[in-house]
Design a binder for this molecule. Structure first.
Ligand code: SAM
Length: 167
């Protein structure tokens, strides 16, 4: 039986299919009061696009080579080496991140779906940002098939969605 008192995540998860969609979320989700973490920043291209929309942004990547290049290209932005799966190290960056962007290689295919969900729930539980925007086609596909049950109204919404998908 479901326990109404169980811990519920408050973080929104936004799944995007490719880099174009990933970057298109910036004006929609990032605001001037946000402190943003990008995980998997490579040379910092998206980090630099996020910067003008927020209070502070830190770009991170597992590769020191990428981080050095990002620092050269964007000297005004802070970059750090971070393994996405080391959530404790993200906590040690010492910021209250309100939005997190995740674009880590290998997380787009369907076989990585459980890894993506585990990663998202770890960050949502430990850092508690308002939203995590992730580049994962598999998660987007999965999420688009999910319907949270709230009674008959939900069934009607699912039928409307089915009809729209079939058009
Ligand atoms: C597609 S690139 C990111 C592109 C970048 N977000 C952008 O929009 O320009 C993926 C990056 O994930 C990084 N990466 C792979 N595994 C990682 C991990 N475990 N933790 C952090 N970064 C990782 C790679 O080094 C690579 O730079």
């Amino acid at each position: 039986m479901a326990n109404e008192r169980q811990f519920k995540l408050k973080t929104n998860f936004i799944a995007t299919r490719n880099v174009k969609e990933y970057r298109a979320t910036i004006p929609a989700w990032v605001t001037k009061s946000d402190v943003v973490l990008e995980i998997g920043c490579e040379w910092g291209t998206t980090t630099a696009q996020i910067a003008p929309f927020c209070k502070e942004v830190i770009g991170t990547d597992i590769s020191l080579e990428c981080i050095e290049r990002a620092r050269e290209r964007h000297p005004g932005i802070e970059f750090a080496v971070l393994d996405a799966f080391d959530v404790r190290a993200a906590l040690d960056l010492g910021r209250e991140f309100t939005k997190i962007y995740i674009d880590v290689s290998g997380l787009s295919g369907y076989r990585s779906l459980l890894d993506v969900i585990a990663l998202l729930t770890s960050y949502a539980t430990v850092l508690r940002p308002e939203a995590i925007i992730v580049k994962s086609g598999a998660l987007k596909q999965f999420a688009s098939q999910c319907v949270a049950w709230h009674g008959e109204q939900t069934r009607a919404a699912a039928r409307t969605k089915e009809a729209a998908d079939g058009e």
